[in-house]
Ligand binder design. Structure first.
Ligand code: AMP
Length: 405
């Protein structure tokens, strides 16, 4: 279990908040402030409760102090999102940082320079983490998207201060918990995308946890090939056939039903305006490639999902970037969104192209939860422990005594 802001009596307290404000920028100006707007909730709540809020964030992979990675450009957009002033500190440690913190009053917000200007950050260095911890009296992690990395500002610091999940972190952990850790059954997973080889751990974890695994996209071709189906010119990792068969065996043992396409959309090339047609999966012409699941497959996927209470989704069912190869992804996503709206299905999606695919299907905000955390979401789907999350559990997180007992 992790503690949340509900457990923190923040008034008058110096609270170090680790946010992910890693936003796109051009010519020193933020071009998309979505992450800032989302992160503002936790910071505002703490400031309104009278805390002195010290915000840490990272940007890029700087090698030491590199001005092009400075976070100063965030001061204005953050102040705008919060509706209150934001002070700036040129460093996260040292005299400037300490002075900036000492000047703070209750309800103030202070943004600090890119925490990765110190190489000790990514090394999870204990001395550096102690310096960060000394800035505050409590620690709030609101950056799920960096929780798969054990860094000083995401992991070690959480063991030195009383640690809490921010509202974004809390929402993510609660959604993920409901999807796989203690889901309402039956649970289905859609796994699509290009290659089996990039999703081996993910598939291995899911077959052990879900009742129904729907495989689509390029990776379905490898599974079909492994079962003796001729896939023509399709994207297919022939060298992964043994691995695919092992996953199918593991699924059988775990009583996880695997659903592969029974009909497919084929074309001569993955290009705009290429003629395409639907063929049964065992009739793919030698000079054609599979680019989407066919209508009969879509119908049976939707039918199966309708019998489930929970759905986890990663990866498109076809080459969704170009119509008409987005049809299966769109139709299944829209059907899942409808069940979600009706309260009959809990839907959690994320990772890589999935957010873009769901946005293209027009349902991005109709799923129960869509994670934008990328790598961290994928590692969670792989069943891995995320160091930043593990350090937040009440057992591991610091009591603030500095090891005095
Ligand atoms: P991933 O990043 O692994 O989730 O893969 C997403 C990519 O898989 C997208 O760019 C899709 O166009 C691609 N993809 C999905 N289905 C196919 C397919 N049948 N053939 C080739 N590429 C595909």
């Amino acid at each position: 279990m992790f503690r949340t802001l509900d457990d923190l009596d923040a008034r008058g307290m110096r609270v170090v908040v680790r946010s992910d404000l890693n936003v796109p920028a051009k010519d020193g100006k933020v071009t998309d402030s979505t992450r800032i707007d989302r992160s503002a909730g936790t910071i505002r709540e703490l400031a309104e409760k009278g805390a002195r809020v010290i915000v840490l964030t990272h940007f890029g992979r700087p090698k030491g102090r590199e001005e092009k990675y400075s976070q100063r450009l965030l001061v204005e957009p953050l102040a705008k999102a919060l509706g209150r002033p934001v002070a700036w500190a040129d460093d996260v440690i040292g005299p400037d940082a300490v002075e900036a913190v000492n000047k703070m009053k209750d309800g103030d917000v202070l943004l600090m320079e890119n925490v990765r200007f110190h190489p000790e950050e990514e090394k999870n260095d204990p001395v550096f983490a102690r310096q960060l911890a000394d800035l505050g009296q409590a620690y709030v992690n609101d950056a799920f998207s960096t929780a798969h990395r054990a860094h000083a500002s995401t992991e070690a610091i959480a063991r030195l201060l009383p640690a809490y999940a921010g509202r974004l972190m809390q929402a993510e952990l609660e959604a993920l918990g409901k999807a796989l850790e203690h889901p309402e059954k039956p649970v289905a997973a859609v796994v699509g995308g290009a290659k089996v080889s990039t999703k081996l751990d993910l598939l291995g974890n899911l077959v052990a946890k879900v009742d129904l695994l729907i495989i689509g996209g390029g990776m379905a071709n490898t599974f079909l090939f492994a079962q003796g189906v001729a896939v023509g010119k399709s994207l297919c990792e022939k060298e992964m056939a043994d691995t695919a068969r092992q996953i199918l065996d593991k699924a059988k043992t775990a009583k996880c039903h695997i659903l592969l396409p029974t009909d497919v959309v084929v074309a001569a090339a993955f290009a705009e305006n290429t003629p395409s047609r639907v063929v049964p999966v065992n009739a793919v012409p030698d000079d054609m490639m599979i680019l989407d699941a066919g209508p009969a497959s879509v119908e049976s996927i939707i039918d199966r999902i309708n019998g489930c209470k929970t759905l986890v989704w990663n990866g498109p069912l076809g080459a969704f970037e170009i119509a008409p190869f987005d049809a299966a992804t769109n139709l299944v996503a829209q059907a899942a969104a409808q069940r979600t709206r009706q309260g009959k299905l809990l839907t959690v999606a994320g990772g890589g192209d999935t957010v873009a695919a769901l946005a293209k299907a027009g349902v991005e905000d109709q799923f129960t939860y869509v994670s934008t955390a990328g790598g961290a979401f994928l590692e969670w789907l792989e069943g891995k422990e995320l160091p930043g999350v593990a350090a937040l559990t009440s057992k591991a997180s610091g009591c603030g005594c500095g090891g005095a007992h």
